[in-house]
Structure formats: C-alpha cells, structure tokens
Design a protein around this ligand. Sequence first.
Ligand code: ZN
Length: 170
Amino acid sequence: MPCASTRSAGVECRGPQYELTTFGCVSSVADVAAIRTPVGHSTHQVLIVDDDDDARETLAVLLRAHGFEVASAWSAEDALRHFREGFRPCIAILDLRMPGVDGWGLYDRMSEDPDLARVPVIIVSGYFVEMARAAQRSACHFLLKPADPAAVVAAVEQHCALAGEQQSAR
Ligand SMILES: [Zn+2]
C-alpha cells in the first residue's frame, strides 16, 4: 500500500511488488499494524546492513520486539559472509553509504547471484536522489533516513504478510 506522498514524488512504481515508502507514512503503518503472524513462513528473519552501530542496534531491538529474528552486518562484506554461511533472510535492509563496498555494491552482488537475488531489499538512505536509483532497480521499498522505526517495521511486516499470502494462494 503505497502512500500518497510517494506518488507525489514522481517516482514510477513498477508492478505490485514495487513500493516506495518514505518517512512518515502513518496511514500505511496503521494498516499494516493489523497484520500479525503472517501465514506461509513461521520464522521471519531480517538482515540489517548498516555501518552505524546505533542505527543498526536500535532497529534490531525493535524488530526483535516485533517477533523477528535479526542478523546484523556492519558492512557489505559482513553481509556477504552471512550469505556464504547460508543465511537467507525474508528481507534485507541496506544502508547505502558504507565504507568499502557500499549498499548499491552489495545490492548488485546480490542481484548477480540467482539465489540471493530472491531476497527482497529495503533501501534506507538519507539522500533523496537515491530514491530514483532505487526505482531503477528492483528494491521493494525505499525509506528516507532518518527512517521512522515504525515505518521500517511496517515495511518488513507488510513484506512477510504478502509473501505468506502468495504462498498460501498456491
Ligand atoms: Zn518473513
């Protein structure tokens, strides 16, 4: 459920899975708050990739409080290590500006791997220009930093609920 503010940003949404969510989508958060315990997959895992310790930990605590299993990576390389070890989260939340391989670099590496390309990505960035880049790629959400933690949780919950609906419809 894309909110009106993203529509007015002039970013084209491609397909039903493409949604841009910006900070402050209160109505969207309220809608998704009703979705609990999505069917389809019982354990929901999230990978947070952010070089900012505070941002990463704050979000991890919040997602765990909402019942998600959370893995944290402080760099793209650290995220790739998780993937090499076989971790396949429901969704990955990527910060863009990171030392070494940045968020887009990680995104591209994930896209090149057929297995990792299936992991949906939420891009979190403080730079509005990145929203257009997210639109050109297939990131499922874009959140403008500083992202409202509730909006991040809502985006993850929405994804897991939709994935559950798709699985149960088969
Ligand atoms: Zn899930």
